[in-house]
Design a binder for this molecule. Structure first.
Ligand code: ADP
Ligand code: ZN
Length: 610
């Protein structure tokens, strides 16, 4: 079979996405490969297709049990023999799986890194024909990455033990240069084919909101989308509990996920979400890695995350099926403080020596700054993200809240001079909040304690609200007129540019938003996008779609897999549109492979006939 035939037969897709072919071809030529592709780009197909075409077995090393189970379920549904070996199995089950593996039963085996050193697994691997070792979530091997896992270092020793070295391929969505170099170097990839695909996700709409009342907005937003799946990320467990309880009280089918729940409850809640029993998941960032539910229509960040890496990864869980989806971040100043606290008191780098640890902290603080600027920029949000990841976007995407907002230009020179003056007069010894409170004329114990109530700039900007002042100060940071130290105190300091502000003919003009025009945003999307979403089906098609969904749910229950593993929403929508009448027509629907057709195609055909 050719690679295209494999794609059609097992996955039901007609063509490869950008980049997939390059990776597949390299692997089939026997080369190592490193794929850096954003969430939802389709990394799995890059190694699964060649795995199916090569003789022997492919081992996929993956950090998370949920991820492995999901992948293996999906593969088995598509008619591929696959298995996983991890701590969720008993020793007996592992022995049995290894026995079957040794007998050549599986083409693809997912394995946790901890397993690689066990006697039983080693003896299987060394005795079998292993064509490729694939390292999923490969950034876990880098100390500079977001989630370094020491167990990933075992992979290196494991590969070294083969007398005939298998092909090594690695995949991640983490794009920074340091991580990329680490992966190549630590894993010992040999002249790998490296592919970095565009990080732009056109179908995602980005928005930042600075509402005073997050709950009210959230409720309104979710209520308007009762049948759609979405994730609400919160910074802390406490917030997860609070927000989830609030939504439930308001009659919304929400569930929750964080590391403080028992494993049993986590699993149950996760399944409720995956199986579309509960459309809304409220969670900390512990939720999501390895969740490839394809029809998540929105990801709301109730709190600002610690870095754009985190933000883009979490937000990227929306719209994996390529349909229009929304990523909305609810900013509040408190979030910055919370994250600062988490950075200073977190476990990041605890095992490192003092010097390295300080470096790690500094890097985290820098990331937090750039994340905060995202919430204040008036440039295209997508562009801001892409630049952060080292890509160049166009300055206007037309699908983010800034591109869709009308701005007015406001001359803020005077206010800026007061802010800079205040920073100077207190000899650059204070952080953002003290500066803002001072110029605003706040009468608090802290301000009195620092004697800032006697500062010449005290109360000079009393008429400007604190959020507005914060916006201005952030603009000064963004434009490099001021900076913030990279230590835990985050003191506001001068830059080389600061003095320029005080010159007679310098003018600082800032774009300030009128209300973002959300109506416009959705109008636009109605027009040229969204052709595949259920919302745009005609009435008759809609009923049919619902009926197809019900059948899918029935099958999912029988097979004990999440509905999207049976068929994606996108596939069902196409079915409702095209109304295939026979096997051939059905196989033309994207996402219907031969194996799946043989399994349930007739049930869907029967329903369509009715
Ligand atoms: P990643 O691991 O990169 O986050 P996945 O491998 O989970 O992404 O793929 C994301 C989604 O895109 C899945 O639903 C997958 O089936 C789908 N997909 C991948 N490749 C193709 C393709 N060539 N054509 C259509 N859909 C695809
Ligand atoms: Zn934009």
């Amino acid at each position: 079979m050719t690679k295209l035939e494999v794609l059609k037969k097992y996955y039901g897709y007609d063509g490869f996405r950008p980049g997939q072919e390059i990776m597949i071809d390299a692997i089939l030529e026997g080369r190592d490969a490193l794929g850096i592709m954003p969430t939802g780009a389709g990394k799995s197909i890059c190694y699964q297709v060649p795995a199916l075409m090569m003789s022997g077995v492919t081992l996929v090393i993956s950090p998370l049990i949920s991820l492995m189970m999901d992948q293996v379920k999906a593969l088995n549904q598509a008619g591929v023999h696959a298995a996983y070996i991890n701590s969720s199995l008993t020793e007996g089950q592992i022995a049995r799986a290894l026995q079957l593996a040794a007998a050549g039963r599986y083409k693809i085996i997912y394995v946790a890194p901890e397993r690689l050193e066990t006697e039983s697994f080693l003896s299987f691997a060394m005795g079998a024909e292993i064509s490729m070792v694939t390292v999923d979530e490969a950034h876990c091997i880098s100390q500079w990455g977001q989630d370094f896992r020491p167990s990933y270092l075992k992979i290196v020793r494991f590969i070294e033990q083969f007398s005939k070295r298998p092909i090594v391929s690695a995949f991640t969505a983490t794009a920074t240069q340091a991580v990329k170099e680490d992966i190549i170097c630590v894993l010992g990839l040999i002249e790998p084919q490296v592919l970095v695909t565009g990080f732009n996700r056109e179908n995602l709409y980005f928005e930042v909101r600075r509402d005073q009342n997050k709950d009210a907005w959230l409720l309104e937003y979710i209520s308007a989308r009762s049948s759609e799946s979405g994730i609400v990320y919160c910074a802390t467990r406490k917030n997860v509990e609070k927000v989830c309880a609030f939504l439930e009280d308001m009659g919304i089918d929400a569930t929750r996920y964080h590391a403080g729940l028992s494993p049993d409850e986590r699993r149950r809640n996760q399944e409720d979400f995956l199986y579309d029993v509960k459309p809304v998941m409220v969670a900390t960032n512990a939720f999501g890695m390895g969740i490839d539910k394809s029809n998540v229509r929105y990801v709301i960040h109730y709190n600002m995350p610690q870095s754009l890496e985190n933000y883009y990864q979490e937000a990227g869980r929306a719209g994996r099926d390529g349909e229009p989806s929304e990523c909305i971040l609810l900013y509040s100043a408190q979030d910055v403080a919370t994250n600062q606290y988490l950075i200073e008191n977190g476990k990041d780098g605890q095992e490192l020596d003092e010097q390295t640890r300080e470096l790690v902290l500094e890097r985290d603080r820098e990331r937090l700054k750039r994340m905060t600027y995202y919430c204040f920029t008036s440039d295209c949000l997508r562009d801001y993200i892409l630049r952060y990841f080292g890509e160049y976007g166009s300055n206007y995407c037309g699908n983010c809240s800034n591109c869709l907002t009308q701005f007015q230009e406001v001359d803020v020179t005077e206010a800026a001079r007061v802010l800079v003056g205040c920073v100077g007069s207190c000899r650059q010894r204070f952080g953002i909040n003290v500066i803002l409170d001072t110029v605003h004329g706040a009468n608090t114990a802290k301000i009195r304690g620092y004697r800032m109530d006697q500062n010449p700039y005290y109360g000079k900007l009393a008429k400007v609200s604190i959020p507005r002042l914060r916006q201005m100060l952030n603009e000064l940071l963004l434009k490099d007129y001021l900076t913030v130290t990279n230590d835990e105190y985050m003191l506001v300091r001068f830059t080389e540019k600061s003095a320029r502000l005080l010159e007679e003919d310098t003018k600082l003009v800032m774009k300030m938003a009128k209300e973002p025009e959300r109506a416009k945003a959705s109008e636009k999307k109605d027009g040229d996008k969204g052709k595949g979403t259920a919302a745009f089906l005609e009435d008759g098609e809609r009923d049919l779609f619902e009926a197809l969904r019900a059948l899918r749910m029935e099958i999912a229950r029988e097979e004990k897999v999440p509905p999207y593993i049976v068929f994606s929403d996108k596939t069902l929508i196409q079915m409702a549109r095209l109304r295939p009448g026979n096997r051939n027509e059905m196989l033309k629907v994207s996402g219907v492979g031969e194996y799946k057709f043989d399994k349930y195609g007739n049930r869907f055909l029967a329903l369509l006939k009715k």
